[in-house]
Design a protein around this ligand. Structure first.
Ligand SMILES: [Zn+2]
Length: 384
């Protein structure tokens, strides 16, 4: 198989995008390609439509996990953007997960052609990254519990960074992010007699004002925290009625899981206290799409750096974590690991933009980098 074929695979995946949790056809496609590269074992239905391919090498050694995400996003792609444009209206690969998947397939081929001397490589084609549900499902279902994973790696393409450059950092690489919906339930009444109802307006105003005061926008600080108000709604457009219910939605992000959890506890207290000031007002808080921070391990970052050097790729230490969430973060909470960025080019449109398309050149770059990391990580184990 040639490099051209991986480009074709990537483009085929691109034209048939599937949303988080619906990656059935993608998984089928991945599996048929994967069989050609003869893994020791393939496990299906990992965390939903995920696939796990295992390569066992000649000698005993460490177990490495490489992960790619497979899901697309709910964005409409202009039909004239590229010849391989999405055939599904309203769904498109605008985060480059088609490219990440192609990279991992190419890694499978590389591991078949040039096996490592020792150890074991697990290639995880993960579903539902965009909702944060995929990594959680994979870890909860326990397929990985059969292994003692020594190191875990994943990459994400980064538009705006020079094509093929490598970006990484020790500590947080992407933020811990969660969305919260706060529902306030009171009782409507005649607007002339608000005292006969339970109006959530005052509590809603207190909650929003207080929460936004906690913002610490300085990303150099460990207690970096950003609450963004997404929606606030109380009552409806009915002038004769005193509002009886309301909803507030925030996205919350922090540099570490610890800070995010602490702020969430503080938010629960705040909402409880604000509601107590209005007799009869009830509330509920729902967390939506939580992402753990990717907290990169020192030794894994050193391997990424050395692999980039040996591959002749420019390496840059990111000064600050990215403020978006990536559900690989949850793996770094379980195993020593590193998530790193691979530059998609300075002129590449941003992720989730309708004009974005994964640069095919990165398939070979990403796979070579992963293969180099694998070789270094398994060599290293013998010299330790
Ligand atoms: Zn993504």
């Amino acid at each position: 198989m040639t490099i051209m074929d991986f480009k074709a695979i990537r483009r085929e995946l691109h034209s048939r995008p599937e949303l988080s949790g619906e990656e059935k056809e993608t998984a089928r496609h991945v599996e048929s390609a994967l069989r050609e590269f003869e893994p020791t074992k393939i496990v299906r239905h990992v965390g939903g439509h995920g696939l796990l391919a295992e390569y066992v090498f000649a000698e005993e050694g460490p177990t490495l996990l490489f992960r790619a995400d497979m899901d697309a996003v709910a964005v409409d792609e202009p039909a004239d953007l590229c010849p391989h444009h999405s055939l599904r209206p309203g769904v498109a690969h605008k985060c480059g997960h088609d490219g990440h998947t192609a990279i991992l397939l190419r890694l499978a081929q590389r591991l078949r052609e040039t096996p490592l001397r020792r150890g074991r490589a697990l290639l995880l084609f993960q579903p539902a990254e965009e909702t944060g549900a995929g990594a959680r499902a994979v870890l909860e279902e326990g397929e990985l519990n059969d292994y003692r994973i020594d190191k875990a790696f994943a990459l994400h393409n980064i538009p705006g960074a020079p094509l093929g450059s490598v970006l990484c950092r020790t500590g947080s690489f992407t933020c811990a992010v969660t969305s919260v919906a706060i529902t306030l339930t009171g009782r409507p009444s005649h607007a002339a007699e608000p005292q006969n109802g339970v109006n959530p307006g005052a509590a809603a105003a207190d909650i929003v004002r207080e929460t936004l005061l906690w913002n610490q926008p300085d990303k150099t600080r460990e207690d970096y925290f950003l609450a963004t108000l997404v929606e606030i709604r109380v009552g409806e457009e009915a002038y004769g009625v005193s509002a009886g219910e309301g909803v507030i939605r925030f996205t919350l992000r922090a540099k570490t899981d610890r800070v995010l959890q602490e702020r969430l506890r503080r938010l629960e207290t705040l909402v409880g206290e604000a509601c107590q000031r209005t007799t009869g007002l009830r509330h509920s808080i729902t967390r939506v799409e939580p992402f753990s921070a990717s907290e990169n391990d020192d030794s894994c970052v050193a391997l990424v750096r050395e692999a980039a050097r040996q591959e002749g790729l420019p390496y840059r230490e990111a000064e600050q974590p990215f403020s978006w969430g990536e559900d690989f973060g949850l793996f770094t909470q379980h195993y020593p690991g590193a998530l790193f960025g691979l530059g998609a080019g300075e002129n590449c449109p941003p992720l989730h933009s309708p004009l974005y398309d994964f640069p095919d050149e990165l398939i070979e770059t990403g796979a070579s980098l992963f293969h180099r990391i694998a070789a270094l990580a398994t060599q290293q184990a013998t010299s330790n």
